[in-house]
Design a protein around this ligand. Structure first.
Ligand SMILES: NC(=O)C1=CN([C@@H]2O[C@H](COP(=O)(O)OP(=O)(O)OC[C@H]3O[C@@H](n4cnc5c(N)ncnc54)[C@H](OP(=O)(O)O)[C@@H]3O)[C@@H](O)[C@H]2O)C=CC1
Ligand SMILES: CC(C)(CO)C(=O)C(=O)O
Length: 300
């Protein structure tokens, strides 16, 4: 049984705490009242109490021996959350980041010691919080974990063993490729669904074809410049398949704009624009989606 700290009690934090607490000792760091119980709910089944301890930052004990610290905050929240937790990280422990979009891995890795393994978990599990204390598990899907530093790449067996209670979890030796493939789906779906205020399935209409094609072409050019091999046809097929599978869902970015929350556009199209400048590759479609989402946020 491992001691696990999950940072963030959002939808993904609660879903993963539900699964991991079946076999491990799980604490969840929250910014809300730590005394309240949280529940996991799925379909019409009865809600289950999540068997984890909810704690606030001032309850974190410097002597707490966490084996794993899993960050389930949004891309733009990772570095602040990491700075808060860093003083409490045991000398030997595994750190796992899990979010949509790119970034954060190099910044976190540069602050770790040689005994701290860094992993990234991409997940297609889906859920939302119907209120502050209940997570609704709405979508199944594959989760993939992979090492991001030398230590993690050399020794993946312990984390794979601890995380095996997460449904449909596999391990990869090339997490950068997996993250990029997920990024391509988010580029095709998230900004357009948010700007047009439509469900994912509606993006299959012909009027969106050109922009999706061009935004993904740019992103595949960046992938190539990074040494990854993601053919455009594969990126398009996957994006349209996910639109079909999640046809009735609103994307996370559509919901963020609707509820006037900060979006993850910087880690999605913003990442492609930034990499374009680095590799001298033009990315006008991603630049425009980035600017439009930022502008829309400032007027809602
Ligand atoms: N929801 C989904 O179905 C899926 C989400 N993802 C990705 O997973 C990531 C998380 O998503 P999701 O769970 O939906 O997002 P949420 O916004 O619901 O969850 C993030 C949580 O982190 C908390 N948080 C942020 N900073 C800190 C901190 N410093 N200390 C403690 N808690 C903190 C927030 O607290 P507070 O509420 O107080 O702000 C919030 O509860 C995102 O990158 C998302 O794109 C990926 C696949 C599916
Ligand atoms: C896969 C997709 C597009 C599902 O809506 C998603 O990851 C998101 O909304 O952020």
């Amino acid at each position: 049984m491992a001691n696990i700290l999950i940072v963030g009690d959002g939808a993904i934090g609660l879903l993963l705490s539900h699964f991991l607490s079946a076999s491990h000792n799980v604490s969840v760091l929250t910014r809300k009242s730590p005394t309240n119980t949280r529940f996991y709910s799925r379909g019409k089944g009865t809600s289950k109490k999540i068997d984890a301890q909810f704690i606030s930052l001032n309850q974190l004990n410097k002597a707490a021996e966490f084996d794993v610290v899993l960050f389930t905050v949004k891309a733009f929240q990772v570095l602040d959350a990491f700075s808060q937790i860093k003083p409490f990280l045991p000398i030997h422990c595994s750190i796992v980041l899990s979010h949509n979009g790119m970034g954060n891995v190099d910044e976190v890795n540069s602050q770790l010691n040689t005994h701290q393994a860094l992993y990234f978990l991409t997940t297609n599990i889906a859920g939302f919080k119907s209120n502050q204390y209940i997570v609704q598990h709405t979508g199944e899907g594959q989760s993939v974990i992979g090492g991001c530093n030398e230590l993690a790449l050399q020794n993946s067996a312990p984390i794979a063993d601890i995380f095996k209670v997460i449904p449909n979890l596999t391990f990869t030796n090339n997490i950068q490729q997996l993250r990029f493939e997920k990024l391509l789906v988010n580029i095709a779906i998230n900004p357009l669904s948010a700007l047009s205020n439509v469900r994912n399935g509606e993006l299959r209409a012909p009027k969106y074809n050109t922009i999706i094609f061009n935004a993904l072409t740019e992103a595949c050019n960046i992938a190539k410049a990074q040494g990854l091999n993601i053919p455009l046809i594969k990126a398009l097929n996957t994006a349209y398949k996910i639109m079909e599978l999640t046809a009735n869902n609103y994307s996370s970015m559509q919901q963020d704009l609707t509820y006037n929350r900060e979006t993850e556009i910087s880690a999605i199209c913003g990442y492609i624009s930034q990499q374009g400048k680095l590799h001298n590759i033009k990315t006008p479609y991603n630049d425009e989606l980035f600017v439009k989402i930022q502008a829309k946020k400032s007027v809602v």
